[in-house]
Design a protein around this ligand. Sequence first.
Ligand code: SF4
Length: 480
Amino acid sequence: MTVHPATMKERAAEALHNDFLREAVKITTDKFFAGKALAQRSLGDWEAWRERGRAIRAHVLAHLDYYLGQLIDQVKSRGGKVHLCETAEDAVQVIVDIARARNARSVIKSKSMVTEEIQLNKALEAIGVRAVETDLGEYIIQLAHETPSHIIAPAIHKTKKDVAELFSQVAGKPIKDDTDTLTNFARQKLREEFLTGDIGITGCNFAVAETGSVALFTNEGNGRMVTTLPPVHVVVMGMERVVPTFEDLEVMMNLLPRSGTGQKLTSYVTVITGPRREGEVDGPEEFHLVIVDNGRSRILRDPEFREALQCIRCGACLNVCPVYRQIGGHAYGWVYPGPIGAVITPLLTDDLDRWGDLPYASSLCAACAEACPVKIPLHDMLVRHRVRYVAAGKTPPAERMAFRLYKRAFTSPRRYRLAFKTAVTFQRPLVKDRHLSARLPGLAGWTAGRDFPAAAPKRFRDLWPGLAAEARQMGGADHE
Ligand code: SF4
């Protein structure tokens, strides 16, 4: 688990000073968003597809024990091994044990957010096993010792120059920063890794319960190398990533790439069912499915947040979020950025003190919920998180006091009148052009970035009798 030291506010402030980051995030997410609009049109009734996606995911969550049981039986019947892991530590231990049993020296990985979540690479390195990311974006951020800044575009924040510097360190000589040179270099280096890796580790976009198959949606082909070349394939999946049938998988196959990158289909869709069988030329000798809970059961039991497990990790909510688009992914501090990150990070970590401020990184505009292909009400969940945060007394004392006073003033007409008159009197020396001064103690954090309108000298209610009389004199209607 990568934990950055600062608060959300501090990390966001840092990101706001990074002009390149903001521009890069904007260009990429705009491109994804424009592609999405076109791709979803090609599917016909997009809302009907979204509703199907939602219904499938909700049905799975309502019967997760059944479908997990079916999946496990099917994987075992096809010669695979299944490991149910309650915690991140359990999952890491299982994989460390597999690596030790095979005397592995290196593992090659295709993109997996769950392995980021359980901090697998660090654990493997601690036992002397080299873990190599083979998705190009993941490879770049691994070299930079960073975490992904977007669910599906992990190195969105890196320039070509940054990448060239990282590759030059690997090569031990300068590498030019043109795209062809960089991709050729990565291809050559990763090919060596594919051919020598002892174990292949992948995530899992979806596991199909009826056959025990695992589906990977990728764009670079590295997933196929990782799953076919090494003698052992380990799949690490979050326990919610099950779909009942191939028909359901087809729905997800249509929704996920369209929502995330605006593609009708990813370049590769790889479906793996157990280890290599007799007579087959490709595939691993050993197949392991590591099913990770790590807080998901807790979310499943929570009626206010269960729907968060419907997530198919498409990244669409990030692409449209006005906050994510300004601050990028690292400001969220952990593995999952954007609106879905702000929802699931406090839940998965069960740590309000550390992550309870993430749900405040939202304007609550609901663009995320609109974009979500499986209709997760993300904005409602962000509000629910805030309610819990406030109820747990985690907000600053000054803020609590301010809201208490606000409540008192706004729940009694008499107190409201008094508060208004007091505000108008006391604000006088601070008002300039109908706004409060940016130097106002306690409000500078707000007024430095936006205007704080001053209270009008007279309330509309006080003006109304005069306005109504004026209207009557002019022969207009009186709606009093
Ligand atoms: S919450 Fe919805 S939009 Fe966001 S990543 Fe998950 S499925 Fe995609």
